[in-house]
Design a binder for this molecule. Structure first.
Ligand code: ASP
Length: 418
């Protein structure tokens, strides 16, 4: 079996859905499972719905209506005057969402979030499934929540691998084209859970692992994995082959093309991952698989914007060693700061962090009571893997603004002031 994943950008409108059909016709769809995300920016719109429910209830019904209209307009463009029964199906899903809000008693934001945002994937897969069947590509709709079983850590649920493997094998019809949702699963009580933003790639990997699939293909709007984000870096080039380990390293440093959790299950079973363009399905794209580390072997550039550099030194000029560094790490963990880079000298310790949960001020307050603290907010963290002399010259040009630089055998990282 092959697993395909289509992200939100590939199905952002009726044109996108028609293009999915074109891709399937070109590359074949025998024994294929397709995992689809919510259409376009629907997940963001649903996040806003959740926010309104808690903070601006007067805006709630309007936001839901907009969401409904967005999907109905795609349905109309796809099915024309024959929009039934799809119109009704969209209406049913939206009523289910409204009914959740009406009956919900929970004040747990993350729980509510998970019951709500998954509707994006339910809507998209229902519409695409109906369209595939209409254009004579018989397809079966599968509820991912019956397959992907997780704990109740809402918004970032952890997989129960044993159970998930069993349920997937029991639920997925072999020898058929099957469509299911990325991003969502369910807990022991059958409440919907989500795997974290951008989690649909991970879903594709979970299904592939359980089904011993021959490959996973992620269809994107770029030709494959490039050696840098083309929106940030010039003259980027396509990488033909990346080893699992290298891809995990790149994802760790912030390359956003592949969701980091996706690679581990695939690596365990050596299932190749292809990243290909839905605009040019015949292009070879990138293969992440066992084999060469990187082909072509060129520098890879990664930018993590909006990071925070914190410089600490002891108040009494004593050494920054094990005891104070371990204390700093405990605090970073407690305040959910994702550490990107560390550097220490005898009396100072620098750490570059991602303030993802907006808890910097709380953390700084504590740090200031214990250390001398200097903070640089909104800094850029650049990473270059497999750097060469040309890469070093580019870095040299930024010298005046570099706050910190760190070099290892394969990787150079530098923090730059805005
Ligand atoms: N729809 C979800 C999101 O936008 C999951 C995904 O697209 O991967 O994060």
């Amino acid at each position: 079996m092959r697993v395909f994943k289509f992200g939100g950008a590939s199905v952002k409108d009726a044109e996108g859905v028609r293009n999915v059909v074109e891709v399937l016709k070109k590359v074949g769809h025998k024994d294929t499972l397709i995992i689809v995300s919510a259409m376009g920016k629907t997940t963001n719109a649903l996040e806003l719905v959740v926010d309104h429910y808690f903070n601006q209830p007067e805006e709630l019904s309007n936001a839901i209506l907009e969401l409904k209209q967005f999907h109905l307009q795609i349905v109309e463009a796809l099915f024309g005057p024959l929009s039934e029964p799809m119109n009704t199906r969209v209406g049913e899903l939206v009523s289910e969402l409204k009914s959740f809000f009406k009956h919900n008693k929970s004040t747990n934001y993350s729980f509510v979030y998970d019951q709500v945002v998954g509707f994006g994937e339910l809507l998209s897969t229902s519409i695409i499934n109906a369209y595939l069947n209409q254009v004579d590509i018989p397809c079966e709709w599968l509820d991912a929540r019956k397959c992907v079983k997780t704990d109740a850590y809402y918004r970032d649920a952890n997989l129960d691998w044993e159970l998930t493997q069993k349920t997937i094998n029991a639920q997925v019809s072999k020898n058929k084209l099957v469509i299911s949702q990325g991003f969502i699963g369910s807990d022991d009580n059958n409440f919907t859970t989500t795997l974290g933003r951008e989690g649909s790639d991970y879903t594709a990997a979970i299904f592939a692992y359980a089904l011993n699939a021959e490959s996973v293909t992620i269809w994107k709007d770029v030709p494959g994995v490039l050696n840098g984000d083309p929106r940030v870096f010039e003259n980027t080039k396509l990488l033909n082959q990346i080893s699992y380990t290298e891809a995990i390293e790149l994802a760790f440093y912030g390359a956003s093309v592949i969701h980091p959790k996706t690679l581990q299950p695939l690596q365990r079973k050596e299932i190749p991952l292809y990243v290909r363009s839905f605009l040019n399905p015949e292009g070879a794209g990138t293969s992440v698989s066992k084999g060469k580390t990187l082909e072509p072997h060129i520098p890879c550039y990664i930018l993590k914007p909006k990071q925070v550099l914190i410089r600490l030194s002891s108040l009494d000029f004593s050494f920054m060693v094990e005891d104070n560094i371990s204390e700093v790490f405990a605090l970073l963990y407690q305040y959910q700061m994702r550490v990107d880079l560390i550097q220490n000298s005898a009396i100072s310790f620098s750490v570059c962090v991602n303030n993802k949960y907006d808890r910097l001020e709380e953390l700084l307050q504590i740090l200031r009571s214990k250390f001398k603290v200097t903070v640089f907010e909104n800094v850029d963290l650049y990473t270059v893997r497999h750097f060469d002399t040309e890469a070093l010259t580019t870095i040299e040009a930024k010298k005046d603004k570099i706050l910190l630089e760190q070099r290892a055998q394969e990787t150079i990282q530098y923090v730059v002031e805005q």
